[in-house]
Design a protein around this ligand. Structure first.
Ligand code: BGC
Length: 904
């Protein structure tokens, strides 16, 4: 019988067909799909060749593993011939399954970037400032005001037919590259944010199809972005010390006859201002279409009156390939309503709070008409746009019409906004925009979607979706806190509490691999991890929060992130790469806190940020904050001891385990009463003690009851902040009180998860009281309506409602657990989660006391399956044990259906 196995989704370093990587030993992964129960891989063979022609034969010239008896399908480390700069690697996998059939994948490829400094021959160039001073309308950028971006161009001759053409490019600023009249890529905001004092990304693009033999044009528009624009709440721009943007582009052409040509930026390039008058992430963009330099990005354009670009000093830091998915427009939204709230003021509702911009499709307008686009997350009670919570972010785009008789279209270049509502003004009398005028473009890091959740409660479905949208809106090159106000920083506490949720929703492995580098780049020499990453250069005009590093629950993300990426994706390399940094951090805490309690060097000490009642003071101390800091330190030790064990650092593992024991003892002495009560009684105190194993076994049940009593005293309402909330429902469930977790989930009065949903939220709010019917909007000073932290309940929906859970002993979902906890209030629930091995599904439905449950276990994986209640059928699976609440089976790959009777 022929095997139905398919070998699909070939990835290199988590990415499909990545170009220009600089990982010299990249890891290769593939996925197996089959409908056959128990289908699995028994052996594989990977071949890597420098040309497609060499691939099918037995003489793949770069690497041929031969047949390897192994079930491994992810992170197979390339160990063939050394890979050189520019090398294209064509690869293919043969898989033998348990029926001994061999199946071959389709070929895939990756290419190497420029690995050596000497590979770069292009120069860094910047604009001649005179293009601004001689231009009446252009603006010289200052520390306070964004300036006019420059256009750069050059023409060059390619003498004969092209085999391959590749662009390598980097910038201090953001580039929008053009070749022969076209954008060379759909990527936005490249190169993306790093600590420019430590490293700068370069990008690689295949432009073979855009060039021809004969005359060609190459060009760039250069924007400010993180390099020279506003970042965070800083009142001045240029956080990396310079207002001057610069770019380097190197085009390498391989001709059909084998010759190679290189063209690069240098002072023969010409520069000029263009239609963008100013553009800044926070402030918005002003674009005067009358100033378009028609044909500038085509060959044969006369640039005689443009000025030569200036060659400038190259940055003195490494140029590195971006190891993650690019930022792109990932969805386009049509408005659902359009209201003229006052004469000439038009408000659109996109029905979804997004991060991105508006594409305008405008009717015929007189030249010079100024259309102003403002963005807001909500409307004020009088129907006008609510923008107070944007703080100093103006989030305003202005389009000045060219006057085309057939209308015109526009979308911004180097800005993004957080918004659901759009206000348009500026139309001349008698002209009105319509629905087609506005398209909302959602812009974010294009992390592949991997999860879906749905259940019988529409509010819960929306809650999950709100978390997903807040994730998408905020995962923009780094995990930011919010996309709308003057902040948008990579806050580490937010990211760590949400990471498990994020990893169910999307494949965030490459995204966090990149961000972890930013985190280590921001670590101080003593070992202090930052609170936000990438770091902004401090110094003159820097408005900091004192010391932006070392806060408990925030800086600890430096350990939590690698640990979690390892558990979820089976990634050991992130552990190896950051091991020393993690050890340094834990040792640094120890050096200041000799007694096992973390009471010293607490930095900004945010505590359980935005809990109720909330305390948003910085650098203050309290017993609860001490408890939180000590608990996180203890958990750092647990995680790092496991990591040390995994990497074979046995002495460290023993030392860290002993340190954990010491902290645990100190914790109990300081905060635990003999009846299981915690002296600083908060839900978060109990949750951390339970989650981080800080209690003696015999007091866990009592502590759980005190926790439940505390929740009952609040009449089953939420009260924890960012930190506590991520542990709340998982810990209740693991402690045998899933009933309480469900009860909390399904409440919809204030404060609860469903309260914002009931009041129209389409993303997760920063705070429980972002808006209340009693008080209206909270103080706009700190009231984002798009902050994912309180949405970390998404993890629980996947892990415990649908029951898709990691195996405690096996990282990476090659073996996993399926164990739903069926609670009252939901009649059915279904989730899918695409792991690196393929998609897991769990769907249950309850009718009266009967449960039907269907599951799907991906090919080449196995699951330990806990059938809730009293199983009537196990679909031919062998039963490992029968307990009061469940029947445990082991399931090889395949789809199964079970029936059971639920106890009461
Ligand atoms: C951010 C947070 C962050 C916090 C630190 C806020 O301004 O928006 O999400 O974690 O500061 O306490």
């Amino acid at each position: 019988m022929p095997s139905d196995l398919r070998v699909t989704y070939l990835r290199c370093e988590y990415l499909v067909t990545p170009l220009g990587i600089d990982e010299r030993a990249p890891r290769l992964s593939w996925q197996l799909d089959s409908d056959r129960r128990g289908a699995r891989q028994v052996a594989y063979r990977v071949r890597v060749a420098s040309t497609p022609e060499l691939l099918p034969s037995a003489n793949a010239d770069l690497w041929d593993t031969g047949r390897i008896e192994s079930a491994q399908t992810v992170h197979v480390v390339y160990s063939g011939s050394p890979l050189a700069s520019r090398q294209t690697c064509h690869w293919q996998v043969d898989v033998w399954d348990e029926t001994t059939t061999c199946t071959q994948s389709a070929p895939a490829l990756w290419s190497m970037g420029l690995l050596e400094k000497t590979d770069w021959s292009a120069r860094w160039i910047a604009a001649d400032p005179r293009i601004i001073t001689r231009d009446r309308d252009a603006i010289t950028g200052t520390l306070l005001e964004p300036g006019t971006p420059a256009l750069f161009r050059n023409e060059f001759e390619i003498p004969s037919a092209i085999k391959r053409a590749t662009i390598y490019a980097s910038a201090r600023g953001l580039f929008d590259l053009r070749a022969n009249g076209q954008r060379i890529s759909e990527d936005l905001f490249a190169p993306e944010w790093t600590d420019y004092d430590k490293r700068i990304h370069y990008r690689t693009y295949d432009v073979t199809k855009l060039l021809t033999s004969g005359k060609n044009m190459l060009g760039a528009i250069l924007g400010d972005g993180w390099w020279s624009g506003y970042v965070g709440w800083q009142e001045t721009r240029a956080r990396y010390g310079s207002l001057e943007n610069s770019v380097m582009i190197q085009l390498e052409v391989e001709l059909a006859d084998g010759k190679r040509l290189t063209f690069g930026t240098d002072s023969t390039w010409r520069c000029e201002t263009g239609p963008i008058i100013a553009s800044d992430f926070m402030m918005g963009e002003t674009y005067d279409a009358r100033r378009e330099r028609i044909g500038w990005d085509q060959p044969n354009f006369s640039d005689a009156n443009w000025l030569p670009a200036r060659a400038v000093t190259a940055p003195n830091v490494p140029l590195v390939a971006q190891p993650a998915e690019p930022v792109r427009i990932t969805e386009q939204l049509k408005p659902v309503s359009l209201t003229e709230i006052q004469p000439g003021v038009f408000i659109y509702n996109l029905a979804q709070n997004i991060s991105g911009w508006v594409r305008l499709r405008l009717p015929k307008l007189p030249a010079g008409t100024r259309i102003v686009v403002r963005h807001g997350e909500r409307l004020s009670p009088d129907g006008t746009l609510y923008t107070e919570n944007l703080r100093r972010a103006k989030a305003t785009d202005t389009y000045i019409a060219h006057g085309d008789p057939s209308g015109e279209t526009y979308e911004p270049h180097f800005t993004f906004h957080g918004f659901q509502y759009v206000e348009l003004t500026g139309f001349p009398a008698g002209v009105k925009p319509d629905y087609a005028t506005v398209t909302g473009c959602a812009i974010n890091s294009a992390t592949p979607p991997t999860g879906h959740f749905e259940c019988s409660h529409p509010g819960v479905n929306r809650l999950w979706l709100n978390g997903l949208w807040s994730q998408r809106d905020n995962f923009l090159t780094v995990p930011t806190d919010c996309p709308q106000r003057d902040e948008r920083l990579g806050w580490m506490g937010d990211a760590q509490v949400f990471l498990r949720t994020a990893s169910y929703n999307c494949d965030v492995a490459a995204f966090f691999t990149k961000w972890m580098i930013d985190i280590e780049d921001a670590q101080t020499p003593e070992g202090i991890f930052p609170d936000t990453a990438p770091r902004l250069r401090e110094g003159e005009n820097f408005i900091g929060l004192g010391n932006l590093g070392g806060s408990a629950g925030w800086a600890d993300a430096g350990v939590i992130i690698p640990y979690t990426i390892w558990r979820v994706y089976g990634d050991r390399r992130i552990l190896e790469r950051h091991y020393n940094a993690m050890v340094k951090w834990v040792d640094w805490i120890a050096s200041h806190n000799p007694n096992g309690l973390r009471l010293n060097q607490l930095a900004n000490n945010y505590g359980d940020w935005l809990c109720i009642p909330s305390d948003t003071s910085f650098g203050t101390h309290s017993p609860m904050k001490n408890l939180l800091a000590t608990a996180y330190w203890a958990d750092d030790c647990t995680k790092l001891a496991l990591i040390a064990g995994e990497l074979g650092h046995t002495a460290d593992a023993a030392r860290l385990t002993a340190l954990f024991e010491k902290i645990r003892t100190a914790f109990q002495k300081e905060w635990l009463l003999p009846d299981g009560r915690i002296t600083t009684e908060t839900q978060t105190g109990y949750l951390l003690a339970l989650a981080f194993d800080l209690l003696p076994q015999n007091l866990r049940a009592a502590a759980t009851e005190h926790l439940v009593a505390n929740i009952r005293d609040l009449n089953w309402h939420l009260s924890t902040g960012f930190i506590g909330i991520s542990h709340l429902n998982p810990q209740l469930t693991l402690a045998g009180r899933a009933d309480v977790a469900y009860r909390l989930l399904l409440r919809d009065d204030y404060p609860s998860w469903l309260y914002p949903v009931k009041h129209g939220a389409t993303t997760i709010w920063e705070r429980w009281n972002g808006w209340t019917h009693k008080e209206g909007f909270f103080n706009p000073h700190m009231n984002s309506l798009n902050h994912y932290s309180l949405g970390s309940v998404g993890e629980w929906l996947f892990r415990h409602v649908a029951g898709i859970e990691l195996d405690p002993d096996v990282p990476g979902f090659s073996r996993f657990v399926l164990r739903p906890f069926i609670g009252s209030g939901l009649d059915h629930a279904r989730a899918t989660h695409r792991t690196l091995h393929g998609e897991i599904e769990s769907a249950w439905k309850r009718t009266g006391g009967k449960l039907t449950w269907t599951i799907r276990v991906p090919t080449n994986t196995t699951a330990r399956v806990y059938i809730p209640g009293n199983a009537e059928t196990t679909d031919s699976l062998q039963v490992l044990s029968r307990e009061k609440d469940f029947t445990l089976c082991e399931a090889p790959a395949g789809s199964y259906r079970f029936n059971s009777v639920l106890s009461n």
